[in-house]
Design a protein around this ligand. Structure first.
Ligand code: GRF
Length: 213
């Protein structure tokens, strides 16, 4: 595949996107961020992109007749920038099977809990951490997974545990989990950049990199 050329989709503040850009700048991630697309005009991620001089687009769903047409528009922007790898960084929108198929096994998502717990429809943002605390979990964490047609259910690339503290609020837990998100997402993408990911069914095997020999 050559160098990873990232197309990023985001709906919110864009702190994961910013962390990925930082990792690229610091040489921890050998990839190029080519373009950012958001479905929300007020997304902070658009500003993050502009600050880094990365092409940034807001596509309003009102301008498209169907989710398929919307995703075709994204794919056209991605093609123009020669995107070969897609990063969902807090993207809160249904993705069509056609889009998933175009980038099969080359779309990643990050989820602020240990999947398959506390994932699926409606499980996003602070709700995830509320649910973790309500259940009484002692451990939460972060999951980076490949995106397939099922919500939050694709093969898991990396996970990291984050302990739940007795006096945690959803906000304090979210804050600690986010710090780990900012580390682990770039690490996961780097594994793809180094061609170290092998898919066996829904299991992901990480093969040693050249530096490990
Ligand atoms: C993160 O918690 C991420 O796990 C989830 O959406 C949130 C996005 O935050 N998918 P940000 O926009 O990257 O700051």
């Amino acid at each position: 595949m050559g160098k990873l050329k990232l197309g990023v989709l985001a709906s919110g503040r864009g702190s994961n996107f910013a962390a990925i850009l930082r990792a690229i700048e610091e040489g921890r991630l050998t990839a190029e961020a080519k373009v950012l697309v958001s479905n929300r005009e007020e997304a902070g991620a658009l500003e993050v992109a502009r600050q880094h001089h990365i092409p940034a687009y807001w596509l309003s769903s009102k301008d498209y007749d169907s989710p398929e047409a919307y995703d075709v528009a994204i794919a056209q922007l991605f093609d123009r920038e020669e995107v070969n790898f897609v990063i969902l960084a807090g993207y809160l929108r249904y993705i069509t099977p056609e889009f998933i198929n175009k980038y099969r096994n080359r779309i990643l998502n990050i989820h602020p809990a240990l999947l398959p717990s506390f994932g699926g429809k409606g499980m996003y943002g602070i709700r995830v951490h509320e649910a973790v605390l309500e259940y009484g979990c002692r451990v939460s964490g972060v999951t980076v997974h490949i995106v397939d047609e099922k919500y939050d259910a694709g093969p898991i690339v990396l996970q990291r545990c984050v302990p739940v503290l007795d006096d945690d609020t959803p906000e304090s837990l979210a804050h600690r989990v986010l710090e780990h998100e900012h580390q682990i997402y770039a690490e996961a993408i780097q594994l793809f950049a180094e061609d170290r990911i092998r898919l066996e069914g829904r299991r992901v095997r990480i093969v040693p990199g050249s530096a490990d020999y």
